[in-house]
Design a protein around this ligand. Structure first.
Ligand code: AMP
Length: 219
């Protein structure tokens, strides 16, 4: 399955719940670039350095680089329990590249979960989001504040605000989403793969909706 939706709708959280429940392999291209950002700059290729720079500004990384990142992780696409892609594809060209990869591997895409949320709510979620440097868990300064300010409830790690959750980068990300990613909903709808899911409410509420729709489709 592919998870679609604007930045901040909670795709990463839903992907974690889904991979736990259905045992499928989860690949988040955003996590790959964030991990690269923490690597020492000597260990980074020029392509990766450029990708990290674009990510910090909220811009999309080039299709070529992202497709290469996914190609290097083919194992995930052939997992016996299936795969979950979070944050990929984000453009129609990436979707076509994914189709080619899946055809090479003899695997099919079964569903695309499209999380929908009002833009004002997306901005509220993104601007208050804090992320743990150690375990990547997220908190929210208003909706889910940590017990101790600046400290992750799960592991005690330091909470920080992602570069791309700063106001200027949020604007760039939402524009990239509208221009390049939102058209994918139509693209997959025409293929009969799209399942729209409201991302309103708590992560558990959204997961309840997700489970119901996924079980209806597959079981
Ligand atoms: P995410 O965590 O999915 O919001 O991704 C964080 C950032 O990584 C994005 O804003 C982009 O800069 C980059 N990125 C992740 N996935 C892709 C993709 N499929 N295409 C282009 N850029 C991506």
């Amino acid at each position: 399955m592919v998870l679609l939706g604007a930045p901040g709708v909670g795709k990463g959280t839903q992907a974690e719940h889904l991979s736990k429940k259905y045992k499928c392999c989860q690949l988040s291209t955003g996590d790959v670039f964030r991990a690269a950002k923490s690597a020492s700059s000597d260990a980074m290729t020029e392509t990766m350095r450029e990708a990290v720079e674009r990510m910090k500004q909220g811009k999309l990384v080039s299709d070529e680089t992202v497709v290469q990142i996914v190609r290097e992780r083919y194992d995930c696409l052939t997992c016996g329990y299936g795969f979950l892609l979070d944050g990929f594809p984000r453009t129609v060209d990436q979707a076509k590249a994914l189709e080619d990869m899946l055809a090479e591997l003899g695997v099919s895409l079964d569903a695309v979960l499209n999380y929908t949320l009002d833009t004002d709510e997306v901005i509220r979620r993104l601007s208050g989001r804090r992320t743990c440097r150690a375990c990547k868990a997220t908190a929210h300064v208003i909706f889910n504040p940590p017990q101790v300010e600046g400290m992750c409830d799960k592991c005690g790690g330091e909470l920080y605000q992602r570069d791309d959750d700063q106001p200027d980068a949020i604007r760039v990300r939402l524009k990239a989403y509208e221009d390049s990613t939102a058209p994918l909903a139509d693209y997959y709808d025409r293929k009969g793969l799209l399942i729209n899911i409201s991302a309103e409410g708590s992560p558990d509420t959204v997961f309840g909706r997700t489970e119901t729709l996924v079980d209806k489709r597959f079981f």
